[in-house]
Design a protein around this ligand. Structure first.
Ligand SMILES: [Fe+2]
Ligand SMILES: [Fe+2]
Length: 216
């Protein structure tokens, strides 16, 4: 860590909700916005944050969660399956790019440049695994014959998934994005942005191909 690096802290704000396609899933879309522009700690150089698109993804997922919960009203009321399946499929597609990019590039860059962050990154990795497992379990359960017991379990699992997503996003914005913007040098942030672009484009192509083949 250089002498110019500042201490971590603060919280990110979330922009307006947008359409179905996520910022990370959309290819060739590195773009800063008012929220994504950060001030380098040691000087006045301004760098478009590589995390802006990830914050936009978070915003869109969070905006979707209330609709997801509305599909499993509880108290014996029926689950609304078609929208539930659509929400889960969208979240699954986002996991394929967003979580993968965080694991392959964002977390390692922070861990390399700021080893003090390592203890906070390990639980976030574990939460990714847990989120994937929860989503897979839900999709599998929805494929089983409908019953009251199944629907109760689906409701429990949806609420658990929503809870973990909310916690994970809040934590990640605070201990990864906000910290990275404060401790990484501008050249490291620019390097990360350059590497994210082709990675996300490749993952996006893969998701689109699998979707066309009906394998996701
Ligand atoms: Fe994450
Ligand atoms: Fe994330």
């Amino acid at each position: 860590m250089s002498a110019g690096r500042a201490s971590a802290g603060g919280a990110g704000a979330w922009p307006e909700n947008a359409g179905d396609m996520t910022a990370v899933m959309g290819p060739n879309r590195i773009q800063g916005d008012a929220l994504g522009v950060m001030r380098a700690p040691a000087n006045t150089l301004r760098v478009a944050s590589p995390y802006a698109r990830f914050r936009r993804d978070h915003s869109r997922v969070l905006a979707r969660l209330d609709s997801l919960l509305a599909c499993v009203p509880g108290r014996g009321r029926a689950i609304d399956e078609p929208p539930l399946r659509r929400h889960l499929a969208t979240i699954g597609r986002q996991f394929s790019t967003h979580l993968a990019a965080e694991e392959a590039l964002i977390y390692p860059v922070l861990a390399r440049s700021f080893p003090e962050a390592a203890p906070t990154l390990a639980p976030l990795h574990e939460e990714h695994d847990e989120l994937r497992a929860m989503l897979a379990s839900l999709i599998q359960r929805l494929a089983t014959p409908r019953s009251r017991e199944r629907d109760v379990q689906v409701g429990v699992e949806v609420r658990d998934l929503v809870d973990l997503l909310r916690v994970h996003i809040r934590k990640e914005e605070s201990v990864v994005f906000d910290v990275s913007e404060r401790v990484l040098e501008p050249r490291e942030l620019r390097g990360l942005a350059r590497r994210l672009d082709p990675f996300i484009a490749a993952r996006h192509r893969r998701v689109v191909t699998r979707r066309r083949k009906g394998t996701s």
